[in-house]
Ligand binder design. Structure first.
Ligand SMILES: NC(=O)c1ccc[n+]([C@@H]2O[C@H](COP(=O)([O-])OP(=O)(O)OC[C@H]3O[C@@H](n4cnc5c(N)ncnc54)[C@H](O)[C@@H]3O)[C@@H](O)[C@H]2O)c1
Ligand SMILES: O=P(O)(O)OC[C@H](O)CO
Length: 337
């Protein structure tokens, strides 16, 4: 099959894969949107919308759903992976033998590899070597708003600047600004760590702790993200930009955030299984909190808010006790000298 520069395969037809596919098709790309479930594909093809994830947004003409994974990978010079982060490594393994010279892979997942804490570009590089162009799309971007065509700004990070420009150009449009960056570590770290902090602010809001508490959690959460970023080699400006602060502001305040909604439910006293079932979509903060805990220990970085989120999610700790513990910590300077 010949591959066109104006065509692209999107792997994963959840909310974000579908929204990005809509944005790419709006820009005149021929998009093959792959989903695992053939019945879901047939329904999308018949309805010309994704009724399960984005029921209000009709597909532009150039978007074709497909259940043929190989054909979606072969569709264009760029393959976009939009699965949850826990499925990222398997997706890379599956597409590796299908890759043709010159094809690049970009992903829109926000999280770490479960069990190792590796950033997704580390997973991809280890598997594919250094010759395949790799990139990550990150930044404050609710799928529903992108699908509606509301103004959005993201960052496309890649070590290869030609590749980040290529991906950004395909996405960039009237209401969609795609910036570029070479800081893969910062871009991926910001998008992942914010999952945990969105849960934290949700918990505080669910407990009715007030606007001051939310602002404190966002700001001190950013300090945690930046300390981990420094230890892992991220650039500080990436974390004060769209990938870090931008996404923190969005998901710590916007009720479209699944991570924030999980926190709201936990703060109100709901059990986690019910909350996750009610949300009905991926809540990356559950797995991310384990990996942030692992990384903070490995790099000896203090991340007290993230630690308490881990305790609430994975150790059944009482949110009230966690708040008391956070507030009872020793007084100290705001900024380390
Ligand atoms: N939804 C958003 O607004 C948004 C925005 C930016 C980034 N993201 C990130 O995009 C990624 C995908 O999130 P989403 O919002 O599309 O989730 P979603 O819950 O809406 O959809 C997840 C999709 O992944 C598929 N899937 C689940 N397990 C899979 C597996 N093992 N292999 C292949 N596919 C699998 C599901 O069938 C579903 O189609 C996440 O990492 C998320 O953090 C989401
Ligand atoms: O719904 P969330 O919390 O996974 O957030 C979605 C996006 O990451 C927002 O940028």
């Amino acid at each position: 099959m010949s591959r066109a520069a104006t065509a692209i395969g999107v792997l994963g037809a959840g909310s974000w894969g579908t929204a990005l596919a809509i944005q790419l098709a709006r820009n005149g790309q021929a998009v093959s949107l792959w989903a695992r479930d053939p019945e879901h594909v047939a329904a999308m093809a018949a309805d010309r919308r994704n009724a399960r994830y984005l029921p209000d947004n009709a597909f532009p003409d150039g978007l074709q759903p497909t259940a043929d994974f190989d054909a979606a990978v072969a569709a264009g010079d760029v393959v976009l992976v939009a699965a949850p982060s826990h499925a990222f490594a398997d997706t890379i393994t599956r597409l590796q033998p299908l890759l043709q010279p010159g094809q690049g892979i970009v992903w829109a997942c926000k999280g770490f590899e479960p069990g190792t804490g590796r950033l997704l570009h580390e997973v991809a590089q280890k598997q594919l070597g250094d010759d395949v162009p790799l990139g990550a799309i990150t930044g404050p971007s609710f799928a529903r708003e992108v699908a509606m065509g509301l103004p959005t700004a993201v960052t496309v990070a890649a070590f290869d600047e030609d590749f980040s420009r290529e991906v950004a150009q395909r996405l960039h449009g009237e209401a969609f600004r795609a910036y570029t960056s070479t800081d893969m570590v910062g871009a991926e770290l910001g998008g992942a760590v914010k999952n945990v902090l969105a849960v934290a602010t949700g918990i505080a809001d669910g407990m009715g702790l007030g606007d001051n508490a939310r602002a404190a959690l966002v700001t001190r959460g950013l300090a945690e993200m930046m300390r981990l970023g420094e230890a892992m080699g991220a650039r500080p400006e990436t974390l004060t930009g769209l990938a870090g602060m931008g996404d923190l502001v969005l998901t710590c305040t916007g009720d479209l955030s699944r991570n924030r909604r999980l926190g709201l439910a936990l703060g109100r006293g709901d059990d986690i299984e019910t909350a996750v079932r009610d949300i009905g979509q991926v809540v990356e903060g559950i797995g991310t909190s384990t990996e942030v805990r692992r990384l903070s220990k490995a790099h000896d970085v203090s991340m007290p808010i993230s630690r308490e989120v881990f305790g609430i999610i994975h150790q059944g700790q009482d949110p009230k006790a966690c708040v008391r513990r956070l507030l009872a910590r020793d007084q100290k300077p705001e900024h380390a000298s």
